[in-house]
Design a protein around this ligand. Structure first.
Ligand SMILES: Cc1ncc(CO)c(N)n1
Length: 217
């Protein structure tokens, strides 16, 4: 069994819970309150900047030139999506100003940056994989189950259900499987642990947007 198959089995229940979340169900029906989507967009802007820094760190730590190039491209992709958020949705939905990270966004991005800088690079690669894989799966699910008619969030749905993003995701999974082959059982376990933790944080990210999460102090 490939490492990724086993890792996905570990998070299947988290993924199922993610697609059932009110945020995603309302996104697919187009009924999600604009305020919640705006909150999400703004936090995702913060997230994507830090995510691309984590990917760049991993790129610099790869031993193998093709992987370095792949991670540089992933980092570039995250910045391109962030820019298009600013130029598209931020304008369309009147989202302004810079934002402080919410508690969950802070938790998630710092987790990724810590893994990317301090952990074994294979573990860092596993930590960023849910960001690709869960979004692809959730994007495909939302795309396939969306309702007839106009959905104000269509462009977002198309981004993650799109073929271009799908190719990046396949590559990220294939790299994790290839590096897992070179790891010990203990190291593979650490990869899976990081993968599961990032999946929990993905769940929390949507939940925090739905709740319009604030700092308690
Ligand atoms: C929180 C989050 N995770 C993953 C992605 C997709 O890269 C995103 N845009 N935002």
């Amino acid at each position: 069994m490939k490492w990724s198959e086993n890792a996905w089995d570990e998070i299947e229940n988290i993924y199922c819970s993610i697609i059932e979340m009110p945020f995603n169900q309302e996104l697919l029906s187009g009924t999600l309150l604009l305020e919640r989507f705006q909150f999400y967009m703004q936090q995702d802007g913060v997230y994507l900047v830090e995510f691309s820094r984590a990917l760049s760190l991993i790129a610099s730590r790869c031993f193998n030139h093709p992987y370095t190039l792949d991670f540089i491209r992933f980092a570039e992709g995250a910045i391109v999506v962030e820019r298009s958020l600013h130029e598209g949705y931020f304008k369309q939905f009147n989202v302004t100003g810079t934002t402080e990270a919410s508690p969950t966004c802070q938790n998630y991005t710092q987790f990724l940056l810590t893994k990317a800088s301090l952990d074994q690079v294979e573990v860092a690669m596993a930590a960023v994989l849910p960001c690709f894989w869960i979004y692809k799966k959730a994007g495909d699910y939302i795309y396939a189950n969306q309702h007839e008619g106009i959905n104000p969030y269509q462009e977002w749905i198309n981004t993650y259900a799109g073929e271009e993003f799908g190719l990046l995701v396949e590559k990220a999974i294939a790299i994790c499987d290839a590096v897992a082959e070179t790891c010990s059982a203990l190291q593979r376990e650490q990869m899976t642990k990081a993968f599961v933790m990032a999946s929990k944080l993905e769940w929390m990210f949507w939940d925090s947007a739905y709740r319009l999460e604030k700092w308690p102090v």
